[in-house]
Design a protein around this ligand. Sequence first.
Ligand code: NAD
Length: 288
Amino acid sequence: MSVIYDRVALIGLGLIAGSMALAMREKGLAGQVHGYARSAETRDVAREIGLCDAIHNDVSVAVKDADLVVLAVPVGAMGDVAAEIAPHLKPGAVVTDVGSVKQSVIDAVAPHLPEGIHFIPGHPLAGTEHSGPRAGFASLFRNRWWLLTPLPDADEAQVARLEDLVRGIGANVERMDPGHHDLVLAVTSHTPHLIAYTMVGVADHLRRVTDEEVIKYSAAGFRDFTRIAASDPTMWRDVFLHNREATLDILGRFTEELFVLQRAIRMGDGQQLHDYFTRTRAIRRGII
Ligand code: NAD
């Protein structure tokens, strides 16, 4: 594949940026990949594993001359990072982000970016419960969706170019309205994470079953269902603070459904439980 951006700057060298760096370099999609990490420890690890062509401790140097800047920090940090890099961006550069929430990132980032900078928000629907630069791997995005939520006045040629990069690293790309994105992700990702965290919390608070027993006898249900509760607390704190309305909406519906099943169990209504599980199994089996 040929180079799509001569110089790419990745801000925040965690799981997502690390995976992007490896994938872009493997496919030859970027002339040079520069990285910025605020902690010395992350910079040292990134250098040790050869994540980027250059690693910087000064964000203004990292974004200087970059044709594409990728904001890969927690959602709550996007606005501050945008304000910091804004004066140093190359005229005509593309800025994208990989945040798990879209409307609040747009509200936080867009006002800081000067005229002539193309801001194209995005979200790869790919991840693991691991974080940090060592967690990245080049195939993370392969056959996964990458949603872009361009603003109404976005430059079509720039959006198409970013789509080429995303496809180049193996993802399938679709465009979506940011508010709709936040509702869809509240159902498919955000609320499930909250429920997984809660289930671990329930196990933790039981007095008659010890933490050791939960870990030792973790059966398929608990093990499969709570894997995502090992995810990064900062990232997920920010997701819930910034996708508040949609997650509260879905959580309210979840609670209603749970009460229906709770009542069916209390009443011994096997037919209702069976019908419910039959319907939901059909939906779940549709997901590969
Ligand atoms: P990560 O914890 O692996 O990496 C985030 C990095 O950002 C860390 O190195 C951290 O030190 C750094 N950072 C935090 N605050 C910063 C600041 N103010 N300035 C500079 N650096 C800062 O996280 P990740 O999983 O790579 O997530 C990054 C972004 O991608 C988040 O916005 C997240 O919502 C989104 N995302 C994550 C996943 C996932 O499953 N992990 C999937 C899709 C999108």
